[in-house]
Design a protein around this ligand. Sequence first.
Ligand SMILES: [Zn+2]
Length: 313
Amino acid sequence: MSFAVYVKAELARIWPEKACCRQAELAGLVAFAGCLEEKENGPYLVLRTGQAAVARLLYRLLRAGLDVRPKVDTATHRYYLLAPLTPVLLEWLDGWPGLLDRNQRLSQRQLRRVGLGGSCCRRAFLRGAFLVAGSVSNPRAGYHLEISLPGAAWGYNLALLLLPFKLQPHLAERRGGTVLYFKDGEQVARFLNVIEAHAALLDFESARVYREVRNRVNRLVNCDTANLNRTVEASMRQVASICRLGNFINLAELPPGLREVAALRLQYPDATLRELGQMLKPRVGKAAVSYRLRRLEELAAQLAKERAGGAPL
Ligand SMILES: [Zn+2]
């Protein structure tokens, strides 16, 4: 079972306690999976879903809320609910602006008027939308949750509904349609919480913690190895320069600051710059040690060049 199917199976088992939320969830389902179709014996509201549990939920919501008993058709892995347009259903559809008009942008005022001003109903509506148009990837593989929109205006409408939950979705054009998506682990988790997928959220979070700890450990290991390699390379270069310098001049004749650092570096090739600084009297910081070692390298390079050019000492 894919993670998305698992999440939806959990969501489809939720029966909203309040009538307002049942209406809102039905509205979310209809907005994202419904369309009007003319049949021989009149117009129908047709709803499609790929999951039996979702089809059952739709059936129950239609019957409990609007006293509609839809006909259920199944085709290969698809369920179709055909609800005759009774006066009650028609009136209900009319009460929800934008539900079947995919290009209508809704205002905050319209959302409040249909009852989507409250948090409980917003959650239910979003759950309905996710159940029929949503998908979420397994958190062990990556973080991605998306909802296919029935029309571009719904990108705007959903963003409006998500805003109070501090959810900021992205939009993308795909396969001729628009999808709204989250690809940040924190935002995906927040969305699962909003639609009340609590068991799925627990799974998601434990996978996320595991992944993040593993990534952090990998980062630390890589970082340590890289740092260590850099330190060793630099030290080898410094030791070589100091030895070369000793071939050209008597190291004892170097200015005291350079002479002491050169002696310590030769004695402690493994020491870090900070450790070398601590051994000096008086102690100096990492930056001062680094400066002096650079001076020694420059001096060695300069002398080698002069020698090669045959310049007098
Ligand atoms: Zn409610």
